[in-house]
Design a protein around this ligand. Sequence first.
Ligand code: FAD
Length: 317
Amino acid sequence: MHISKKLEASRANNTPTYSFEFFPPKTAQGVQNLYDRMDRMHSFGPTFIDVTWGAGGRLSHLTCEMVRVAQTTYGLETCMHLTCTDMARSKIDDALKEAYNAGCTNILALRGDPPREKEQWVQAEGGFRYARDLVKYIKAQYGDHFDIGVAGYPEGCDDETGADEHIPYLKEKIDAGGSFIITQMCYDADIFIDWVKKCREAGIPESVVIIPGIMPIHTHASFLRRANWTKCHVPPHWHEKLEPIKNDDVAVREVGKDLIAEFCRKILDSGVTLHLHFYTMNLAAATRMVLEELAVTPPSDTHHPDIKPLPWRQSLG
Ligand code: FAD
């Protein structure tokens, strides 16, 4: 089922929902571990999961395989990331065909990061320049079969395009056929809320759900690394709370859980969205802790594929 349709239904019920991002692990054991984790995380009741596309198609066979297993074996609504990096049209055709054959009906269409060994992003011969062009192509080839998501940047795109400057390009991606937006990770709820308002003022319709990308806090070092890498603003009181306990991973996860939950509550209460997207980093614990803190998921020892999230406002009392 299309993600935008699922989100429309949860909006009609005024129910917060969530989704999980995974990436293809490098080893066979890592893949097996991830499948076990996916199976466990299924019981949290995500609306969908998505699987990233490696820079330049690195491990792309695994992305397609993980999408197939998640969609068909675990029955998870799955969204496949697809990028333009080093992708000639024939490779894009192959990837779309694999997704189609796996019963996947959702694609996150991206320009893509540059390959690891290159600093600058270069258009592949016979490939596409911008995510917008990939969105158009998927629409032209598959009509409405795929629901197409695109990336948004509340704090500017990583190759130096500022947040405001990127909004018209984001609108182009929606006009080309994108129907939902997932953002780069963000830790400052006010920045996210203001940016969503600007997107609406720029003409991105309310029917296009804008989903905040949320990176749970696993360790202090990984938190700082990811925040620095994406140049996202960290509210000062987060540093004040995390810095004194930085060498105690258990305490960092506990305090981190409270901070992320505070961020989520503020966004949900603002009414700009009812959906939360977690960059799981293929780990379950930190995401589960946040969901349990928000009281939107059943206790971790239950396992049922059809679990419905608890009513948000009631459960918060
Ligand atoms: P675009 O929207 O095409 O933008 C690329 C650049 O071009 C930006 O600077 C933009 O401002 C500029 N631009 C866009 N349109 C125009 C135009 N018409 N004229 C002039 N300039 C323009 N990367 C991966 O490699 N694999 C993944 O799986 C992956 N998943 C991601 C998931 C999410 C939710 C997000 C937010 C990012 C993800 N990325 C991934 C990273 C993403 O590929 C990079 O951030 C990339 O640099 C931009 O991709 P985009 O799709 O936003 O590109």
